[in-house]
Design a protein around this ligand. Structure first.
Ligand SMILES: NC(=O)C1=CN([C@@H]2O[C@H](COP(=O)(O)OP(=O)(O)OC[C@H]3O[C@@H](n4cnc5c(N)ncnc54)[C@H](O)[C@@H]3O)[C@@H](O)[C@H]2O)C=CC1
Ligand SMILES: O=C(O)[C@@H]1CCC=N1
Length: 275
């Protein structure tokens, strides 16, 4: 299977890192990006072949799967560049990871409709991503399987019945790693203000996150029960959670995630309306 990545930035690198070494014999990854430094890094680290955007024609024409990993704002121009290069007789699969961009708009820009739209996340870099996926009616069962194989190389996949749900996936798992890093940063700051060293605070915060996440994953009990077990009445955790509730922390997180979903939809509306 020949996979051409259009865009070799953060998210493409995370996917390529997870994929490299997992591909079967004969499979290969080709990356197209105007940034020569990014291409050099990907060649050195993962042994992929590369081309600058001006030089992409052969790689795109030969690809079985074309992964579009450019910014949503660049997608329309990139699709226009790709349009004459896609060999429709060969029926390649197009996989888009862009937030917001709807399959119908992308199909119109490409003049081609076999599209899987998905939303991965950056823990893919260490094979611990998770991806929400949808396919248009033009995607064959075999192509769906190929897309699933590619994304499952970096973590589990969740197929959605309705493409509109992908904005919710974006809000939870696509953007979610940033919320987790934000919470860890807050724990690091608290540790410092409470007199621990940076190193101690980081070690304690990271191990607590990893341990709690694993405990929740491995437990058959609801997360709320695990929380209650830490929270002795009148104890320290109770003091912390009461203060956080009073500050509206949970409500603020829910509101923030909804803002991400709304931004995904708005990006689709704004960029999709552009012809
Ligand atoms: N970063 C994240 O956590 C996630 C990002 N995404 C989506 O992935 C896409 C890429 O995001 P990032 O990797 O974070 O951005 P990025 O800015 O790191 O990567 C975009 C890459 O596209 C390249 N590029 C620009 N024009 C190009 C062209 N004409 N042809 C080929 N390459 C071109 C840029 O040089 C850059 O390397 C976005 O659409 C984003 O919504 C999806 C899930 C998670
Ligand atoms: O922030 C963004 O727009 C992208 C999509 C999900 C994660 N990063």
């Amino acid at each position: 299977m020949k996979i051409a990545f259009i865009g070799g930035g953060n998210m493409a690198s995370a996917l390529i890192a997870g994929l490299a070494g997992k591909l079967t014999a004969g499979a290969d990854i080709h990356v197209v990006d105007p940034n020569a430094d990014a291409l050099e890094r990907l060649r050195t680290q993962y042994g992929v072949t590369t081309a600058t955007a001006a030089d992409a024609d052969a790689a795109v024409a030969a690809a079985d799967v074309i992964v579009l990993a450019v910014k949503p704002q660049s997608m329309r121009d990139v699709a226009a560049q790709l349009r004459p290069l896609i060999d429709t007789a060969r029926q390649p699969l197009v996989v888009s990871i862009a937030a917001g961009i709807r399959s119908a708009d992308l199909a119109r820009w490409l003049g081609y409709g076999a599209i899987v739209r998905c939303m991965p996340n950056t823990p893919a870099l260490i094979g611990m991503g998770i991806t929400g996926m949808t396919a248009t009616a033009g995607v064959s069962a075999q192509q769906k399987q190929a897309a699933d194989d590619i994304l499952r190389a970096v973590g589990p996949t969740v197929w959605l019945d309705d493409e509109a749900q992908i904005d919710a996936v974006t809000a939870i798992s696509g953007s979610g790693p940033a919320y987790v890093f934000y919470f860890i940063e807050a724990m690091q700051q608290a540790a410092k203000e409470l007199g621990l060293s940076d190193e101690q605070g980081t070690q304690l915060a990271l191990a607590t996150f990893a341990g709690a996440a694993q405990l929740a994953t491995q437990s058959s009990e609801p997360v709320s029960l695990l929380r209650e077990r830490v929270t002795s009445k009148g104890g320290t955790t109770y003091a912390a959670l009461t203060s956080m509730e009073q500050s509206g922390v949970k409500a603020a997180i829910v509101k923030g995630a909804k803002a991400a979903a709304a931004r995904g939809k708005a990006l689709g509306d704004e960029l999709g309306a552009a012809g």
